[in-house]
Design a protein around this ligand. Structure first.
Ligand code: BTN
Length: 337
């Protein structure tokens, strides 16, 4: 059993891994500072100036440059100094100066949900992010697979909302609202929500959300929210009901900027989790309400008009005979207006 509130002396391995993490964080910080300096200057910056600006040796600057080149940055080195020619389209931690301390980055992973669960169980703080370029075993809702090829945005954020587990589905609603709001703000596209937490553009799914919770009867320990956005990846031809931002816009997007904005939109809404405004915003963005829908819920098919959601995020359906029915989980299909 885990002891609570009693501080344990740090084991040798824990100490080593804490030191490795500190070192990694420092390396990322310097890489971020170098990139920032090169971007601000737009031209050549000498190793001497960089080492003075960052308070580190020229050898260390050289080593960081080598590491940045390995990561895919094209940096020209000449007698005039260093010049940043191009940056790779990767979600590397040091591209997010305000967030990098809490980012766990993987170029490839099974699922960000598994890594986030491990971290959350070890006590990772709220807002910790696990980001991957590619997932080899990406998971969708209802035990489905989530195809996660290069170009999409795949991440899990660890949240620790102070609420009863009954209200945990509101976290999904909040995440879906944040994604739709980000798409609307960044591109002016009319992103809408399909209950419980799909984000659609012109009726096609552009983002899916999977939440995993660890809770006791009366309190949530953590909710890990996994978000998969079809960004610069094209969706498979057989996925007729899916789209990507690239396909909707006819051009690639800047994934870093999109992810930064999305995290801001999520964090801005966290204090609203238990407020009526959250439900209002979901209803405003909803493509499900007022539609005739079919929901497959726990092996049962329920058909009716979607008339509302309740405080727990359940969908309220009105049957042909006027009877009301709440559905808490399931797969929702829009039939007609
Ligand atoms: C769905 O609509 O079925 C939910 C899809 C959720 C996909 C995301 S991608 C990041 C995170 N890691 C996973 O394995 N799944 C979620």
């Amino acid at each position: 059993m885990q002891s609570r509130g009693i501080s344990q002396p740090m084991g040798r391995l824990t100490k080593i891994s804490a030191l490795v993490n500190i070192r990694k964080a420092r390396v990322n910080e310097v890489k971020g500072q170098i990139l920032n300096a090169l971007r601000v200057c737009r031209g050549y910056l000498s190793g001497q100036t960089l080492s003075e600006q960052l308070g580190t040796s020229r050898v260390s600057i050289w080593k960081h440059m080598r590491s940045l080149k390995k990561d895919g940055y094209v940096i020209e080195a000449s007698p005039r100094g260093y010049r940043l020619v191009s940056s790779p389209d990767l979600l590397l931690p040091y591209e997010f100066p305000d967030l990098e301390q809490r980012i766990h980055y993987f170029s490839q992973i099974g699922s960000t949900m598994d890594a986030a669960r491990e971290l959350a169980k070890k006590g990772a703080r709220e807002g910790t992010l696990v980001i991957a370029e590619v997932q080899t075993r990406g998971r969708g809702r209802l035990s489905r697979e989530w195809l996660s090829s290069q170009g999409g945005i795949y991440f899990t954020i660890i949240l620790r909302p102070k609420m009863s587990p009954v209200y945990a589905p509101r976290v999904n609603l909040m995440a879906a609202i944040a994604v739709a709001a980000t798409i609307r703000k960044a591109f002016g596209l009319k992103a809408e929500l399909k209950w419980p937490n799909d984000v659609l553009i012109a009726g096609r799914k552009v983002c899916g959300i999977l939440a995993e919770m660890d809770a006791e009867m009366d309190a949530v320990n953590f909710v890990n929210v996994g978000i998969g956005v079809n960004a610069n990846n094209s969706v498979a031809r057989f996925e007729k009901m899916a789209t990507s931002l690239k396909d909707a816009l006819g051009r690639k997007i800047r994934r870093k900027e999109f992810l930064c904005l999305l995290i801001t939109e999520i964090e801005r809404r966290q204090p609203l989790l238990m407020k009526a405004d959250l439900l209002k915003e979901w209803k405003r963005l909803s493509a499900t309400l007022n539609k005739e829908v079919r929901v497959m819920s726990l092996g049962e098919e329920v058909i009716g008009q979607a008339i509302d959601i309740d405080v727990t995020g359940a969908l309220i359906l009105k049957g042909k005979n006027g009877s009301l029915r709440s559905v808490f989980v399931g797969d929702c299909i829009h039939l007609r207006e």
